[in-house]
Design a binder for this molecule. Structure first.
Ligand code: ATP
Length: 245
């Protein structure tokens, strides 16, 4: 069994003639919580879309728990869960009805016991008969995570999971991500703008700049490299300035 949840090999994506991701080489070990940082347009969503097989690479390849996204997309889909930035549900259906629908798509034979299990995991027991359309963004994110982990994926991808949440929602989602990682050993890969989130959640980080990976290390090693800096935000700007000059 491979030690790596994710490996990319010169993974590239061009839209028309424009390169959005340029020969990305990145390893994420099993059990890590990896945070991908970068300015708007740096290529973060493109990276997640390639790793979740929503987009096909125009160059290179990536492996999710040892399986190629280019050649074995169907098998890769079974090993991953994905929470997009704006998760979509059937708003007129209840949580239970929505999750039954997604469970059927995943081929789960006895969905209800598993649905009860995931709702407990995301602290949402008791809301299963409520319509999703009545929920706040934070509650929808929780149902989104429940849906993403229904089929017990090994790797969970989150695209800007805390965007648009209030401070209470941010904290509660952060706690959930940490718990899924600690209790289920799930590898987590997330895109984020919020540097404070990364410090509280991630074990390793990568920084993309104009489609290129300009930094990749554990969070501890990154913070040790800049002992004088108070925050990851300062480090982020220093790294960015170093590459820009
Ligand atoms: P943000 O933080 O704003 O979400 P990002 O880091 O996720 O940005 P991407 O959405 O991956 O960045 O975009 C990377 C580059 O590719 C940008 O220049 C963007 O304009 C371009 N791009 C993304 N999707 C497409 C598309 N479907 N067609 C053409 N260009 C695209």
């Amino acid at each position: 069994m491979t030690d790596f949840a994710i490996r990319t090999f010169e993974l590239s994506k061009s839209y028309g003639g424009r390169r959005a991701l340029d020969r990305l080489d990145l390893d994420v070990r099993r059990g890590e919580v990896f945070g991908l940082l970068g300015h708007n347009g740096a290529g973060k969503t493109t990276t997640v879309s390639l790793l979740t097989t929503l987009l096909a690479p125009t160059g290179g390849d990536a492996e999710i728990v040892g399986r190629s996204v280019a050649r074995r997309a169907d098998v890769v889909r079974r090993s991953i869960g994905y929470l997009p930035e704006n998760v979509r549900f059937y708003d007129d259906l209840t949580v239970l009805e929505n999750l039954r629908f997604f469970a059927r798509l995943s081929g789960l034979r006895r969905p209800d016991p598993r649905i009860a299990e995931v709702l407990e995991l995301v602290d949402f027991t008791g809301h299963d008969r409520e319509k999703v359309g009545t929920f706040s963004k934070g509650m929808r994110q929780r149902v989104g995570i429940a849906q993403a982990i229904l089929h017990q994926p090994e790797v969970l991808f989150l695209d800007e999971p805390t965007s648009g949440l209030d401070p209470v929602g941010v904290r509660s989602l952060r706690d959930l991500i940490v718990r899924l990682n600690a209790e289920l050993g799930m590898t987590v890969f997330m895109n984020t703008h919020l540097l404070s989130e990364v410090t509280k959640t991630c074990t390793s980080i990568g920084i993309l700049r104009q489609g290129r990976l300009v930094h990749h290390d554990t969070l501890d090693a990154t913070l040790r490299r800049f002992p004088g800096e108070e925050s990851l935000e300062e480090i982020y700007f220093r790294l960015d300035a170093a590459v820009a000059s």
